[in-house]
Design a protein. Structure first.
Lengths: 285, 275
């Protein structure tokens, strides 16, 4: 019997996703279902939403949640705006030497552990920045235990991820038809108008992708926090990831799972809202 | 006037590059200083404050010599990084390109729903599944085994989302034409899809390599044996202050990531760049 092309397509479609589906099932879905189960159980007994209520009363969890939200709400918009501005700036040159493109990616390429020593030399309580402040008779900054920890983490995040976002934005800008912009200019639109009314809307699929990448990478800031501030960072940079890791050391599976589920719910909610806003984008079409 | 604007723009460009390049320059410069020089610049017990040190008094490869001949842990951890990174890169690229073809160009029921689900997985931070994954890997007897990093990494949804985007830019007609001529799906995949998305494949290789070369979260939880630590986690253990090899270690550790990038740089592209 001969199959029609579309029936054949279906079969092949499933075959091609099979390897990834099996792996995703084992390493992502099973663990997630287990999380869900653990979050509803205390010492082997079903305890309903008890773990969740306990968690919401846990001051460390609330602190971690607050810091994570604060970080995300500042760092991601800052990253998007900075990299979009740099992309526009680069786009204004007729030709950019590829050297500059590569320098943009260097922060992402050098491993956190490598660059760590440089940060430490500058940020240490006897480090170079404090040396300069001292020479200028200004008061010292304790980067490891003050609000400045958060500032440092946000700046490192933007510094590190900026280059890749710029590359994504530049590609998006170069895909855009120049004629639309030129005709708008001919009709007397200001540069500001061109950017806000034409370029930004036309860039929305790219922006959406950059936003996704930024969120994914924002969770990886744990690497910097862990290497700079250790297992138990100060309260200004104590993030959900730290909360989860520390509970792991205490083997508190139930709280941990509940925290994971809450984190998931937040992320899925953010994602759904983004998709709704971004309906016009063709990313999911 | 135009010339002035251009000059200002170039100055901004150079300043930007300096911001991005500064740590790497600082690291390289410090890696060719002698241990004594490093110690005098950064040993606060003796000097009070650390001092800015960019230009070596004398050029020496002493640090590199010490890394290779006096720090066996470094080479061991370096190898651990290699053995946990390379298989993950190969695995993820293979699994993702297959699935991305299906999600990008084949029609089958439930395709978009499954893909949305993948997108959610993609965004979830590793910490969400850390504990159950730990239990799972423990039951599979894979703790302290590099497979604990390689297997979950292979099935990350990241590659699928990235490659799907560029596969969608391949015109339908190209693929239809091949099917009409009687080509099988496998042939279309190898002969049409893969060559067309070469740039994105290389981009994916670079990104996955860098991400795994830099891995912290998983080995921190899954490995109790410090002999198994990759450099990303172990580097900070090596450089306990006074011994001036940390800069050479840092430079050696970043070289593979830089090599991978510069080999593929020509093809590094955004998934939104149309060929």
């Amino acid at each position: 019997m001969r199959m029609s092309v579309s029936a054949k397509n279906k079969l092949w479609g499933y075959l091609f996703i099979l390897p990834s589906a099996v792996g995703i099932f084992i390493f992502y879905i099973i663990p997630f279902v287990m999380s869900l189960y653990y979050s509803l159980v205390t010492y082997g007994k079903f305890s309903g939403l008890n773990n969740y209520f306990e968690l919401l009363g846990n001051s460390y969890f609330l602190l971690a949640l607050k810091n994570t939200v604060l970080f995300t709400a500042i760092a991601i918009p800052l990253l998007l705006v900075t990299s979009f501005a740099i992309a526009l700036f680069l786009n204004s040159f007729d030709k950019i030497a590829s050297f500059f493109q590569s320098t943009l990616l260097i922060p992402m390429l050098i491993p956190t552990a490598s660059v760590l020593f440089v940060w430490q030399i500058f940020l240490d309580e006897n480090g170079i920045i404090n040396n300069i402040l001292n020479a200028l008779n200004l008061s010292q900054i304790n980067f490891y235990d003050s609000g400045f920890s958060m500032v440092v983490i946000i700046l490192i995040f933007v510094w590190k991820n900026c280059g890749f976002c710029v590359i994504l934005f530049t590609a998006g800008l170069s895909n855009m038809s120049k004629s639309v912009i030129e005709s708008a200019r001919l009709e007397g639109a200001s540069s500001f108008k061109v950017v806000t009314k034409i370029i930004v809307p036309m860039m929305s699929p790219t922006t959406f992708f950059v936003f996704l990448m930024a969120i994914i990478n924002s969770f990886k800031i744990f690497r910097e926090i862990f290497l700079l501030f250790g297992d138990y960072p100060n309260e200004n940079v104590y993030f959900l990831q730290n909360f989860i890791n520390n509970n792991f050391y205490n083997l508190n599976y139930s709280q941990l799972s509940a925290a994971s589920v809450i984190l998931t719910i937040i992320i899925v909610a953010v994602l759904l809202v983004t998709f709704r806003i971004e309906r016009k984008s063709n990313y999911l079409e | 006037m135009k010339k002035v604007t251009l000059t200002i723009k170039y100055i901004i460009l150079i300043l930007l590059s300096l911001i991005f390049l500064f740590p790497i320059i600082y690291m390289l410069a410090n890696s060719v200083m002698s241990s004594a020089e490093i110690s005098s610049a950064y040993n606060t017990a003796k000097e009070g404050y650390m001092t800015f040190k960019l230009i070596p008094n004398e050029f020496t490869l002493e640090q590199f010599y010490d890394v290779f001949f006096k720090a066996p842990d470094f080479l061991n951890m370096f190898w651990n990084s290699v053995i946990s990174t390379l298989p993950t890169v190969i695995g993820q690229v293979a699994v993702s390109s297959l699935a991305a073809f299906a999600f990008g160009k084949l029609n089958f029921p439930g395709r978009d729903k499954i893909f949305f689900f993948y997108m959610v997985l993609l965004i979830l931070p590793i910490q969400v599944t850390l504990v159950p994954n730990y239990i799972l890997l423990r039951d599979m007897n894979l703790l302290n085994n590099f497979l604990a990093i390689i297997l979950p990494g292979t099935f990350s949804a990241f590659g699928i989302c990235l490659l799907r985007q560029s596969i969608r830019y391949i015109p339908y007609e190209t693929i239809e034409a091949a099917f009409v001529e009687g080509a099988s799906h496998i042939r279309v995949f190898f002969k049409i899809i893969l060559p067309q998305i070469k740039g994105s494949l290389i981009t994916l290789i670079i990104l996955v390599f860098i991400d795994n070369w830099n891995i912290i979260e998983q080995p921190l939880i899954y490995f109790t044996d410090t002999q198994k630590f990759p450099l990303s986690l172990g580097l900070s253990l090596l450089g306990d202050g006074s011994n001036g090899i940390v800069f050479a270690c840092s430079v050696l550790f970043m070289i593979p990531a830089l090599i991978v990038y510069f080999l593929g740089q020509k093809h590094f592209s955004s998934p939104f760049a149309r060929n």
